[in-house]
Design a protein around this ligand. Structure first.
Ligand SMILES: Cc1cc2nc3c(=O)[nH]c(=O)nc-3n(C[C@H](O)[C@H](O)[C@H](O)COP(=O)(O)OP(=O)(O)OC[C@H]3O[C@@H](n4cnc5c(N)ncnc54)[C@H](O)[C@@H]3O)c2cc1C
Length: 432
């Protein structure tokens, strides 16, 4: 393994965040304990506090909060890294107790959570949202390649500026962009960087000298008809070679090669290393690892048995655990049916806050999440195809005017300039 943060959920580093829970015989208790203070945890806590909940504890090891949708822009040279990060203390809702530690185990029958420092928490209601784990080991050589000069990944905050350095420096050769099979948070972000890079190379007059290859596990470029039409138009415009129903199964960073294999069954990556594999030399690699639930979560028995990824076994609509009425989950760690994104969280947070309110009065959850998700494809350095769809990839536009999912400059302004402000000022405060 190249380095710790390749394998962890972003920058979760318990050693850097001393535990605030007093060590003693008695466990610290909260009516609501939230595991993870990312997009899901902070926006839910903000909303619950507004609803009148006064005893909320958030377990969050990291002292910084990251707005991940900007990672694509950092890699594409259209945002600065500082824009995507704020001190965690600044986004923690007032009146909410921040427990600076990492959860390592949950005992549902005893209603307890064990923390990395060895201390215990008890709860009346538990919300699990520690995000997703980047599974670098699933593709041999991928993690090691990140330490070589020609490979990067916007899926790691620290690497996004390197992506931009690579894009800026390339004048000729082969650029390979990859999307793994299985669950991927904001799966469109695997492609967003490719369009931003192509448009930059076109502006610089070097695009004709660069062979651009995009590897996707899907049989079409994305899977939503109206969106595919737009993306295919841009792909033709930029001269991108698409490798459909394929994924990268090995990387050799020293030789600068990727092995691309057909995806025969997205649930069985190992089987896909079959006949028909191609070895391609690259001068720039944007590699995205497969993604699964955090390891410690999988060993709690709260994840869905037998399912790849091992996400929390919740009712995908009410977000309540299928076996424990006092356990809930949302965001990237939840076993919901939607395509994982911050945009889906906006709706999940509202549903979960209302269901928790009902639960606090002894009522059954009746509010339901509708599987909505978004991927804003940055198809150039000034336009976006704002894809909105459900778990079946059926279009679900917020503004149902004709052509709302076409390439527009207005949706670039929305995605690049307005949504980051909405995130810091409204979403995290539980107001949007
Ligand atoms: C490159 C990229 C581009 C993206 N683009 C978009 C986009 O354009 N639009 C969009 O809607 N979404 C986008 N997303 C996806 C979006 O950012 C995520 O879906 C969203 O952040 C998920 O929120 P979350 O709270 O579930 O997880 P996170 O925001 O990842 O938060 C998880 C939190 O849990 C903490 N944690 C980890 N382990 C533990 C533990 N053991 N105990 C307690 N806490 C723990 C972590 O430190 C972290 O703070 C993008 C993501 C990436 C990587």
């Amino acid at each position: 393994m190249a380095s710790n943060y390749w394998s962890s959920t972003l920058d979760a580093d318990p050693a850097a965040a001393p535990p605030a829970v007093p060590v003693g015989d008695k466990a610290e208790h909260h009516d609501i304990v939230i595991l993870g203070g990312g997009n899901a945890g902070i926006s839910l806590a903000g909303r619950l506090h507004r609803y009148g909940f006064r005893d909320i504890g958030i377990v969050e090891p990291s002292d910084r909060h990251l707005y991940q949708p900007l990672f694509s822009h950092i890699g594409g040279g259209t945002a600065r890294a500082e824009e995507a990060v704020r001190p965690q203390a600044d986004v923690m809702p007032k009146g909410v107790r921040w427990i600076r530690d990492a959860a390592v185990d949950i005992e549902p029958d005893a209603q307890t959570v064990r923390l990395a420092a060895g201390t215990m928490l008890t709860y009346r209601q538990l919300v699990i949202c520690p995000g997703i784990r980047l599974d670098w080991d699933a593709v041999p050589g991928l993690a090691e390649a990140m330490d070589t000069p020609c490979a990067s990944s916007n899926y790691v905050f620290e690497l996004a500026p390197k992506t931009w350095e690579l894009v800026r420096g390339l004048r000729r050769g082969t650029a390979v962009f990859t999307m793994p099979s299985g669950t991927v948070k904001c799966d469109g972000a695997t492609q967003k960087i490719m369009y931003l890079a192509c448009d930059y190379w076109r502006q610089e007059g070097v695009l004709d000298d660069i062979r651009v290859v995009m590897v996707v596990p899907t049989p079409t470029v994305y899977g939503v008809d109206v969106v595919d039409q737009e993306l295919n138009r841009k792909i033709a415009e930029y001269g991108v070679e698409l490798r459909y129903s394929s994924e990268v199964t090995a990387v050799d960073g020293a030789a600068q090669t990727v092995t691309i294999s057909p995806v025969t069954n997205p649930k069985a990556r190992a089987e896909s290393v079959a006949a028909g594999s191609e070895v391609l030399r690259y001068d720039l690699l944007h590699g995205v690892p497969p993604q699964v639930a955090p390891d410690w979560l999988q060993s709690t028995g709260l994840t869905r048995p037998g399912e790849p990824g091992g996400f929390v076994d919740v009712n995908p609509e009410t977000l309540q655990h299928s076996r424990h009425r006092d356990i809930w989950s949302l965001g990237d760690a939840a076993g919901t049916k939607n395509f994982k994104s911050g945009a889906s969280l906006r709706k999940q947070t509202l549903v979960l806050a209302k269901n928790l309110k009902a639960a606090s009065k002894g009522k059954a959850p009746r509010h339901k999440y509708d599987h909505y998700s978004t991927t804003p494809f940055t198809v150039s350095r000034s336009t976006v195809v704002f894809a909105e769809f459900d778990h079946l990839h059926k279009p679900k536009p917020t503004f149902p005017w004709r052509g709302s999912m076409k390439e527009h400059h207005a949706t670039w302004i929305l995605e690049r300039n307005i949504l980051p402000r909405v995130y810091w000022h409204l979403i995290l405060k539980g107001r949007a």
